[in-house]
Ligand binder design. Structure first.
Ligand code: FEO
Length: 415
């Protein structure tokens, strides 16, 4: 696994490992891979901020990058752990094999996790917001707790000399990063936009449930004189750190809605009866100038469904009743959307039933249990195959939904 250390700013280097062919967190597809970033910060003392996962070959990649910088891991004075999730802390086991005594700087809530994951109980210096670590040569690191972005113990580290913020998961994205161009100022606009799309899926999969915490973290970050944002995943924002701050502000806001003036159409069908109404509904929505993002369930992975639902102010659920309840894959998807706290959507359900209905009852339960507060139009249910009248009714609801979405997102400009 080749990887190259690159210079972020005077005295700061980015070390990184790209991981591909995995499901991130054991469940999220990352067809474009994901980068895990670590940073070496040099004053008179030497610190490493964040690390990489512990999988075969990955910690070794990190350690090899020390040599590229003519550094020895034994030169490290401090290990700063912003976040304990093993994609950033997993390398500690490998590190301990080459270096026995080192001091960890981390937050109070990380302490029990250090013991639980790595049996580390000694040489831990606990820090909180406002605490600093002087590396000498005018380099002072300041710590800022940003709990729940993405675990409760998470903090950010700020290099006051260069204005570089190391926020770990916050401001991160999916997508493997080329060692040749890991910075926004070394990428073409279309490459930056690629990482922004990867960021949207990353946010919806990993961070959405913590959107309120993210908004608080963003406010804290805005109080710092940030010139560079160097996250634990994705590219480093050096030319325009405000751009990624704006993206995260927008995505965090989407969780409560409104999001974009778009509609996510999630549908599933057993024998093609519910499917007969899908295209008419899509056409009705689009006839109002509203874009749709369409996913067949369960064929489309929940990772992509979450991305579309987070970014859409409207959601269509088209599925049959199954054994007195919702089509099970749709129930599972909807429950996950609820657990991710994607709230306040304009919504519409349609679908076929055979000997009995019942989908609505379960839908209401999921909506209630997760406090989703989705605002549903009158559903359109049909017994077996939809009639022309059923299709026309579904079409009308599609138009209604699109108009409601436009009204909500665009206000007076929609009329
Ligand atoms: Fe990148 Fe929450 O770990």
């Amino acid at each position: 696994m080749d990887a190259k250390a690159t210079k972020v700013a005077e005295g700061i280097h980015r070390l990184s490992a790209n991981v591909k062919n995995i499901l991130f967190e054991g469940m999220w597809p990352v067809p474009n891979g994901v980068a895990m970033n670590s940073y070496i910060v040099q004053g008179e003392k030497l610190a490493i901020i964040d690390g990489v996962c512990g999988w075969d070959g990955v910690p070794e990649t990190l350690l090899a990058q020390f040599e590229q910088l003519n550094l020895d891991v034994n030169d490290l004075d401090y290990v700063i752990i912003n976040h304990m999730e093993p994609d950033h802390s997993g390398w500690l086991d490998a590190f301990r094999k080459v270096r026995k005594d080192f001091t960890i700087y981390t937050s109070e809530r990380a302490k029990p996790l250090l013991e639980a994951f790595y049996r580390i109980t000694d040489n831990i210096k606990l820090v909180k917001s406002g605490d600093t670590l002087d590396l000498g040569a005018g380099r002072v690191l300041a710590f800022e707790e940003i709990p729940n972005v993405h675990w409760p113990e998470t903090m950010a580290t700020f290099d006051t000399k260069s204005g570089t913020l190391f926020p770990c998961d916050a401001f991160g994205s999916f997508g493997a990063v080329s060692d040749e161009a890991p910075y926004d100022d070394t990428l073409q606009e279309e490459q930056i936009e690629f990482f922004e799309r990867e960021m949207e899926r990353y946010y919806s999969n990993i961070v959405t449930a913590f959107s309120v915490a993210t908004q608080k973290a963003v406010q804290k970050v805005k109080g710092l004189d940030v010139k560079i944002i160097a996250p634990g995943h994705g590219i480093v924002w050096r030319r325009e750190p405000d751009r990624v701050i704006r993206s995260y502000t927008r995505l965090a806001g989407y969780a409560k809605g409104p999001a974009r003036a778009e509609v996510a159409v999630l549908w599933g069908s057993m024998y093609g009866m519910t499917e007969l109404a899908v295209q008419p509904v899509i056409e009705a929505i689009e006839s109002q100038g509203v874009k749709t993002r369409v996913h067949r369930v369960p064929e489309s992975h929940i990772g992509y469904v979450l991305d579309s639902v987070l970014q859409s102010s409207g959601v269509v659920l088209g599925m049959p009743t199954y054994e007195y309840k919702m089509f099970p894959p749709m129930a599972a998807v909807l429950d996950e959307i609820g657990k991710k706290k994607i709230m306040n959507r304009k919504a519409f359900r349609f679908g076929s039933y055979g000997w009995s209905g019942g989908a609505q009852k379960e839908l209401d339960e999921i909506n209630e249990r997760n406090k989703m507060k989705w605002d549903f139009l009158e559903p359109v249910e049909f017994n077996g195959r939809p009639t022309e009248h059923d299709i026309e009714l579904a079409r009308q609801r599609g138009v209604e939904l699109a108009r409601a979405v436009k009204q909500w997102t665009l206000g007076d400009a929609a009329s």
